[in-house]
Write a protein that binds this ligand. Structure first.
Ligand code: RIB
Ligand code: CA
Length: 450
């Protein structure tokens, strides 16, 4: 963590009564490939404490996703068993800070399930359950895998998160969503007031504003997989609904996609023997953790090369990075923007989420009517439109003067699906950069300085 961020976090600790408050995080995740790498980064990050994993459907079905937490903990446990010096590298892999593992939603609020198994494999982890059965966690091994490193519960995800929100200092918890927003929507439906009063910050990986989608031409997967939930969480028209807008930090594809782990870089610095499913990783030739990551990267690499990119996009990893470098801030108020550490920046964007479009489900319909840069200079239709609305003019004469003739006058009714968020949602537009993340990731997860 750079010095400025370190001071930033220490400064915030003072705000919470002087103790060095380790940031608590509830991770709502659909462990797939980038989720697992993101959780490895969280386990290796002293700035935060993982309070719970809410495992959700998404990249694969919820039960397969749940298994991947066990595979991940087994791999870290094997790494520490074979390299005891690495224990210090994973401060969050310890019985002293054992998170709760809870089974979250197994499907969207409405509509059918959309998984991303084409990318993440049936098991959500590049089909390692078939290609590397040594990475599977057998029932007799479970107790050793999570030997106090996490606790399991039969409580619902809503109960677990609610208990946590009410057990820690107000506004000290960051809820980080790495998958569909179903769990967060259910929490808000039942306990919105408690969430708004107690949540510190909500960091969400999801959406696509000014770039193409990755599940459809216009929709990003986490939003597409449950557009109704996203609409309930992200677009609200009164303070009594949804999240406190200035404690939300959204990371859409616009900012996450440019952060990538190029596989030639991984071969050069982490695993010289890594290739793809054509040359499966051999456990005896490398450390347990490198064997684990190489195993689940094999299919990922092949799929990404089909997409024309010999790299993995670090979507969820950027979200964890954002959360650990930008802890909750008690001065976040309803008029401004969330306080961010230096090298990070957010801007507010207004959009509505399409829930039932034949081609546009999950699209973030951006409202550019107030954006003077949306048109060529000199024809700011937003001003003309508000003039029309103000004077309740039918278009007729005024249109021929005010609107450029070639522009169709659209219906003045606001978007039919969803509600444009009243003040806009803070969206990350600047990070310390892709290289900074790569250095942090390789150092913390694999212990390699680059
Ligand atoms: O669009 C990227 C997101 O969808 C990531 O969270 C990835 O894990 C998938 O869930
Ligand atoms: Ca995810």
């Amino acid at each position: 963590m750079d010095k400025s961020t370190d001071d930033f976090v220490q400064g915030h600790a003072d705000d919470y009564g002087g103790q060095l408050f380790v940031w608590a995080i509830a991770v709502d995740t659909d462990p797939g490939v980038d989720d697992v790498l993101a959780i490895l980064l969280a386990l290796a990050s002293p700035e935060l404490e993982i309070l719970a994993y809410v495992v959700s459907f998404g990249n694969t079905d919820v039960h397969a996703a749940y298994e991947n937490i066990y595979r991940l903990y087994q791999a870290v446990g094997r790494q520490i068993a074979s390299h005891p010096e690495d224990k210090a590298r994973f401060p969050n892999f310890s019985p002293e800070v054992a998170p709760i593992l809870v089974l979250g939603p197994d499907g969207p609020l409405e509509g059918g399930r959309h998984h991303a198994q084409y990318f993440h494999g049936r098991d959500g982890l590049g089909d390692v359950s078939q290609s590397h059965p040594d990475l599977n966690v057998h029932s007799e091994d479970r107790s050793s895998v999570f030997r106090g490193n996490f606790s399991v519960t039969t409580k619902s995800a809503v109960e677990v998160v609610l208990d946590l929100l009410q057990s820690k200092p107000k506004r000290s918890i960051t809820y980080i969503a790495l998958g569909p927003l179903t769990g967060l929507a259910l929490l808000l439906r039942g306990h919105g007031a408690v969430v708004r009063e107690n949540i510190g910050r909500v960091v969400i990986m999801g959406g696509a504003l000014d770039v193409p989608g990755n599940s459809t031409p216009v929709a990003e997967f986490n939003i597409y997989a449950d557009a109704h939930a996203a609409n309930e969480v992200l677009s609200f028209d009164t303070p009594e609904r949804g999240l406190p807008p200035n404690r939300v930090v959204l990371l859409p594809l616009d900012i996450t996609t440019v952060h990538e782990l190029r596989f030639p870089f991984y071969v050069k610095h982490i695993d010289p023997t890594f290739e793809s499913t054509r040359k499966p990783s051999v456990a005896s030739t490398k450390s347990p953790l490198v064997h684990f990551s190489s195993a689940f990267f094999e299919r990922t690499r092949e799929v990404m090369i089909e997409f024309g990119k010999d790299a993995m996009e670090l979507h969820d990893i950027v979200a964890i990075w954002c959360a650990l470098e930008n802890p909750p801030d008690l001065t976040d108020n309803d008029d401004g923007l969330p306080v961010m550490s230096s090298s990070w920046a957010v801007v507010k964007r207004k959009f509505a989420i399409e829930r039932t479009g034949e081609l546009t489900t999950g699209m973030m319909v951006v409202d550019r009517r107030d954006d003077p840069t949306a048109y060529a200079p000199g024809s700011n239709r937003a001003q003309v439109q508000s003039l029309l609305e103000r004077h309740h003019q039918s278009h007729g004469l005024l249109e021929s003067i005010a609107l450029p003739a070639q522009v169709e006058t659209e219906d003045l009714v606001p978007p039919s699906s969803g509600t444009v968020s009243r003040t806009g949602i803070p969206c990350v537009v600047q990070t310390p950069g892709a290289d900074a993340l790569l250095c942090l990731l390789t150092k913390r997860v694999w212990g390699v300085d680059v």
